[in-house]
Design a protein around this ligand. Structure first.
Ligand code: MV4
Length: 667
């Protein structure tokens, strides 16, 4: 077996590969870009080499540099993971030419699956079912029109050079055909430099079912069951599962045999995936083959009990497949949800930022978390926005769904927007529970996937107040001598006829809360309503009772930003601290840089009177601008940086003399 390998990747898949390699006693060499100097995959590896700036084209895609490092470090093989160089024939060839094993198929097999029409011709010859249609070389409009009539409607025009859903066009009837063909060819020419088209019967309600295959160097092949990946959004998989619900044993075997034949037809070696369109009537058709380990491989591992990275390493070393087909068994049901840094409420716009709070569900035989980040890491614009894969297993699909819903509730992130709430709604929805799966799932169930908030605003505000009050108490009780007569712990409690004000901003709205502390509980008024609250905070976990409803939530308070987590949902608000609290936080009357970055603009000068909330400085970090605002009214006494200068986190930017606090009278 190899004693040392290089992993030409980053993030969760690099970590995943290192884990198995280490378990097998194999040393691991990592590579990293500027953005990943402190990344988890670097710290997990035995050694790591810097390969360039953050952009992939200058780091993780530099095949020559990576091969050079493999040679220099004595790595015998390179695992490319997925993405980056994993399906690059030139890279696979360069590894071979330099005497390094590419942990993947021969470059000829990668090339064979590169063109859609060539792949279809190979598959047809191997007897793998294809969607009825035309994939010939004769591209004259007359031939294509005649083939279209033979095929029937609706049909799909697909660019030969397309992929991942790009360059497809549905044609409903022959009357539309000529115009649609001309338009599709123009688009394909522009997008791929190749106007050639395939014609296929259009399946209106297909499912995406794919088979995991493995082949060794002796030409033996097996399949490790299937995955259903129908739940996608713009050709991005969102939820995957194994086995595919409702697939009969006969179909599973027929699909598996077809997939192994497909792999063997191109002399495949290693891990591969053959994707099929699966139609409502149980028929299935070859779509494409992915010549790499896939993101969703863990669901196959959970139901087969096999480690696919271990299989890859053994096969790459020249060993035979660990199991024969008859020994491959599956048990139970597995689901995977992809947790992305994105904002479902803004059309899934990718999100960036710092993972300032990150709490993951406990791992067990039922719950697995594959991730490449830890709390405090930055999600940058440079790479895929996937934060983690959450994988669950149980005996039945129904139980696995319950596990997934629960595990999503235990996955808590603050600092970066995520799709966790969306995934929770999806996994818990009736149509998903009923396995009403088609590739149109997300579009046809939008109303279910953007649910109303789990907590009404008043209850959320009362809980927020409870969290803030308890957190302050815990901070004060450690920072102050509890026996001191001047201890602040009870300073306002003594005057309990005075309500303590608390202002919380939710979206654009500011809510004025009034809080009275009674002997064993708080009385919180919000607008015209009064709530009785008891609250007990332990670390990030709050046990609260609001008017007799006991609620258990988690939260994170960071500066003035409070995030509460409840049943897979989050509630966010901004806290307006009283002035005396601000003085505690900034005793010098200073404003500090919240992160490393550059000063883009200074919007005030020494001597200016400023008001709370006024923007004083604009900083840029991670290509995003951040406004630094005055926390309270005052006068600027000193400015320490000028526009264009770099500052480090915590550096004092501006000194302010705050106006006399008037908040003591209010409490
Ligand atoms: C199809 C189809 C319906 N009929 N082909 C989309 C990606 C590309 N690789 C193949 N795709 C499709 N081909 C025929 N003849 C529907 C899709 C399709 C799809 C397939 C799998 C997963 C998600 C999808 C979303 C939209 C369309």
């Amino acid at each position: 077996m190899f004693s040392k390998i290089l992993i030409a990747n980053r993030g969760e898949i690099a970590c995943r590969i290192i884990q198995t390699a280490h378990r097998m006693g194999i040393r691991c060499v990592a590579v990293y870009s500027d953005a990943d100097a402190n990344a988890l995959h670097v710290s997990m590896a035995d050694e790591a080499f810097h390969i360039g700036p953050a952009p992939s084209s200058e780091s993780y895609l530099r095949s020559e540099k990576i091969i050079e490092i493999a040679k220099q470090s004595g790595a015998q093989a390179i695992h490319p993971g997925y993405g980056f160089l994993s399906e690059n024939t030139g890279f696979a060839e360069a590894c071979e030419a330099n005497g390094i094993v590419f942990i993947g198929p021969p470059s000829s097999a990668i090339a064979a699956m590169g063109s859609k029409s060539a792949a279809k011709a190979i598959m047809e010859k191997a007897g793998v079912p294809l969607v009825p249609g035309y994939h010939g070389d004769d591209q004259s409009p007359e031939t294509l029109r005649a083939e279209a009539e033979k095929c029937g409607f609706p049909l799909l025009l697909k660019a030969v050079a397309g992929g991942g859903g790009k360059g497809m066009r549905v044609v409903e009837n022959i009357g539309e055909f000529d115009d649609a063909l001309a338009a599709a060819k123009r688009e394909a020419k522009n997008a791929f430099g190749n106007p050639d088209m395939l014609i296929e019967r259009y399946l209106t309600q297909p499912r995406h079912v794919e088979i995991q295959v493995f082949c060794d160097e002796t030409g033996q092949g097996v399949y490790l069951a299937e995955r259903d990946c129908s739940v996608q959004r713009r050709h991005q998989k969102v939820l995957e599962e194994a086995p595919a619900p409702g697939l009969s044993e006969e179909t599973r075997k027929a699909m598996g045999d077809a997939a192994v034949k497909a792999a063997q037809a191109i002399n495949y070696v290693g891990a591969g995936t053959v994707e099929f369109l699966y139609d409502v009537d149980g028929s299935f058709f070859f779509m494409e083959m992915n010549t790499r380990l896939q993101v969703e491989h863990p669901v196959t591992e959970m139901v087969t009990g096999q480690d696919l990275v271990e299989w890859q390493l053994k096969v790459a070393w020249g060993e035979p497949l660990p199991l024969e087909q008859s020994q491959v068994k599956t048990r139970g049901h597995a689901l995977e949800a992809r947790i992305y840094a994105e904002d479902p409420d803004q059309d899934f716009l990718p999100a960036t930022g710092n993972l300032r709070y990150l709490s993951t569900p406990d791992e067990s035989a039922h719950v697995r978390v594959d991730t490449g980040v830890i709390e405090g890491d930055e999600i940058s614009i440079h790479y895929d926005p996937m934060i983690a894969k959450l994988i669950v297993w149980d005996e039945t699909r129904e139980q696995a769904i319950n596990r997934m819903v629960q595990a999503l509730e235990h996955y808590r992130i603050a600092g970066v927007k995520t799709n966790i709430r969306f995934l929770h709604a999806l996994a818990d929805s009736q149509p998903f529970r009923e396995a009403d799966l088609t590739t149109g799932f997300i579009d046809s169930h939008r109303e279910l996937l953007f649910p109303k908030p789990k907590l009404d605003t008043h209850k959320a505000l009362v809980l927020a107040a409870g969290f803030v009050l308890e957190e302050r108490k815990s901070v004060e009780s450690v920072s102050t001598d509890p026996w001191s007569p001047f201890g602040r712990r009870n300073s306002w409690r003594l005057n309990s006829e005075y309500a303590q004000p608390l202002q919380l901003q939710v979206g654009d709205e500011i809510h004025e809360l009034k809080i009275l502390e009674k002997d064993d509980h708080y009385q919180v008024s919000v607008d015209e309503s009064v709530y009785n609250l008891t609250a007990k905070l332990e670390d990030d976990s709050l046990q609260a009772v609001v008017d007799g409803h006991r609620i258990s939530i988690h939260g994170n308070l960071h500066n003035d930003q409070l995030v509460l987590f409840y049943e897979g949902d989050t509630f966010q608000c901004t806290l307006y601290q009283e002035n005396h609290a601000l003085e505690d936080m900034a005793p010098e009357g200073g404003l500090t840089a919240p992160m490393n970055g550059a000063i883009v603009a200074v919007q005030t000068k020494v001597g200016d009177a400023v008001t709370a909330g006024q923007t004083l400085v604009i900083m840029e970090a991670m290509k995003m601008e951040h406004a630094i605002k005055a926390p309270a009214d005052g006068v600027v006494s000193e400015i320490f940086f000028a526009e264009g200068e770099q500052v480090s986190e915590g550096a004092e930017l501006i000194a302010i003399e705050f106006n006399e606090s008037d908040s003591e009278e209010a409490s």
